[in-house]
Design a protein around this ligand. Structure first.
Ligand code: IMP
Ligand code: MG
Length: 177
């Protein structure tokens, strides 16, 4: 697994420190409010597990699975592989995502969840590739901005592999083919 990685972009220590920092910020920002963390599977699973333990508040957790189709079309349809199991109306909701790339998925997900009338709706994404953005997404918390390269690890996959790498890295080009 490690031999397939060309370079490490974010080390295990950097991840730990940044997640702790985000946890402190979220704890301060949502003080006194019961927070609902919504993890976007599967990519956000690792970030979610660490982030929730860095938040010193009463939190509830839920998960959803989405896949997007026609990302290059205006429709940008979103299919729920698994929808939320709780009603988010009137709740403070923080979506926990692994990566905002073109922004299509999160843009549409925010629209869909906003229709359910949460009290507040915000995004925490571990990673962001700003140079790739096609749809504007306001993410309240971003762990790291990364360059326009395909990254794996800490939850992010290539063909379902590498999610269990403890750092975020770039794959050797041979591994794509
Ligand atoms: P977007 O709709 O283009 O913003 O992309 C959304 C999803 O594509 C992210 O939530 C990731 O799951 C996946 N993705 C985008 N870039 C990468 C990457 O570099 N590595 C792994 N997955 C990625
Ligand atoms: Mg994702």
């Amino acid at each position: 697994m490690h031999k397939d990685i060309e370079k490490v972009l974010v080390t295990e220590t950097q991840l730990q420190e940044r997640v702790a920092e985000l946890g402190r910020q979220i704890t301060a920002d949502y003080a006194g409010k019961p927070l609902l963390l919504v993890g976007v599977l599967k990519g956000a699973a690792v970030f979610m597990a660490d982030l929730m333990r860095a938040i010193d508040l009463d939190v509830e957790t839920d998960y959803l699975v989405v896949s997007s189709y026609g990302l290059n079309t205006k429709a940008g349809e979103l299919t729920f592989g698994k929808d939320l199991s709780v009603d988010i109306a009137g709740r403070d909701v923080l979506i926990v995502e692994d990566m905002i790339d073109t922004g299509s998925t999160m843009h549409r997900l925010l629209e869909v969840l906003a229709e359910r009338q949460p009290r507040s709706l915000a995004v925490a994404s571990l990673l962001s590739k700003p140079s790739r953005r096609e749809k504007e997404v306001k993410a309240k918390y971003i762990g790291f901005e990364v360059p326009n390269e395909f990254v794996v690890g800490y939850g992010l996959d290539f063909a379902e592999k590498y999610r269990n790498l403890p750092y975020v890295g770039v794959l050797h080009h041979e591994c794509y083919s």
